[in-house]
Design a protein around this ligand. Structure first.
Ligand SMILES: Cc1cc2nc3c(=O)[nH]c(=O)nc-3n(C[C@H](O)[C@H](O)[C@H](O)COP(=O)(O)OP(=O)(O)OC[C@H]3O[C@@H](n4cnc5c(N)ncnc54)[C@H](O)[C@@H]3O)c2cc1C
Length: 331
């Protein structure tokens, strides 16, 4: 690990000042905020991230609150732990899909330490990215080694040039729930639909993972009021802790006759960002979720998928998850 300075932030403004950096500097060599530290420290240990300063957010008072309920909407601060999402009565009552997504993450120990802000901003789990001695495209190199290499866990959507999948289980669910994020930075604060937060790798810039500029942090996530049903289904290779091979976040608001008023479907584990499927949402509007509709929705969700040499299995797997998620919210 490269030597670094440690700074305890007292306030959000303080954190922003301590994180100040030049946007021209290598993005992995600028000061970094730390929540639970579970991902940041492991990327620092393998020299993927080499911040000159680590800014501890946990010393900020009042940045770990959950406020509101399903009728007003709920605001979740960035330092709220993943574990807290699984036991909060108002979240359990109105956003059960978020509870399922949080509960699917890792282990109780990791959920107790991991924060919402850290989960959304964790780095990709691609083994080429995580290998200390490989300078892959995502780290500023020339090559995405997964495209011609071991790509069983990689993307089937997104079109490259880097084929990582987004690791967060909270992110697809929060997008399906139409959440917004509050961002604080040197120019003040801004609110953004979380759907616009994550950034696909582009030719010439495969390193940018989200819209944050140097010095910016996520301070809150806001869930709008809801009457919709929600669920999160995740397929893992191991029954114990594991990242998603594929997952589906489904939020469906029904009319009185049980036809779909509005559906939001977001896939996880299949693209470098959470992957919304608007064609499915349009298809479902006004329909009842009978077997034929649910089956067709699963097929449509994978339209345009482009599997690599070892991950074709993700297509039928994700189709099945979409069908099961829709059946679950219809039950
Ligand atoms: C064994 C293991 C299994 C796991 N399994 C899963 C899983 O199944 N699903 C899943 O979703 N996750 C999984 N994780 C990831 C885990 O949930 C994350 O490590 C954790 O959520 C990160 O939270 P943290 O608060 O510790 O983040 P940190 O390590 O503190 O930060 C992570 C990153 O986010 C940045 N950051 C932190 N807070 C903010 C903020 N407020 N604003 C902007 N940037 C910020 C940091 O600079 C860093 O780059 C797993 C991790 C491990 C170690």
């Amino acid at each position: 690990m490269k030597a670094f300075e440690w700074a305890n932030a007292a306030t959000v403004d303080d954190a922003v000042k301590l994180l100040a950096a030049d946007s021209k500097t290598d993005p992995d060599e600028i000061p970094r905020p730390m929540g639970g530290g579970q991902d940041l420290l492991s990327t620092m240990k393998s020299y993927i991230t080499r911040p000159p300063r680590v800014v501890n957010l946990k010393t900020i008072n009042g940045l770990a609150k959950v406020q509101g309920d399903g009728s007003t909407g709920i605001t979740i601060d960035a330092l709220v732990t993943i574990a807290r999402l699984t036991t909060h009565p108002e979240i359990m009552k109105s956003y059960p899909g978020l509870v399922e997504a949080a509960h699917s993450i890792a282990t109780p120990q990791i959920r107790n330490m991991g924060t919402v802000g850290g989960n959304l901003n964790q780095r990709p789990r691609c083994w080429y990215f995580r290998a200390e001695n490989l300078q892959c495209l995502r780290k500023g190199g020339e090559t995405c080694y997964a495209i011609e290499g071991e790509n069983k866990y990689h993307a089937i959507f997104g079109g490259g040039p880097c084929v990582v999948v987004h690791p967060s289980d909270l992110a697809p669910m929060l997008i399906a729930l139409d959440a917004t994020v509050k961002i604080a930075g040197p120019k003040g604060t801004r609110d953004l639909p979380i759907e616009q937060y994550f950034v696909l790798p582009k030719p010439g810039n495969a390193r940018k993972e989200n819209v944050l500029e140097p010095g910016e942090i996520v301070t809150q996530v806001h869930l709008p009021a809801t009457t919709a049903k929600s669920t999160y289904l995740k397929f893992k290779e191991r029954a114990s802790l594991d990242f998603a091979m594929a997952s589906v976040a489904a939020v469906v608001d029904f009319n009185a006759d049980k036809s779909v008023k509005r559906a939001s479907i977001v896939l996880g584990g299949v693209a470098p960002t959470p992957w919304r499927v608007p064609n499915v949402e349009v298809f479902l509007a006004g329909k009842k979720l009978d077997d034929a509709t649910v089956k067709k929705a699963g097929e449509l969700a994978l339209d345009g998928a482009s599997p690599l040499s070892q991950n074709g299995y993700k297509v039928p797997l994700t189709q099945t998850l979409v069908r099961r998620a829709l059946a679950a919210v219809n039950a």
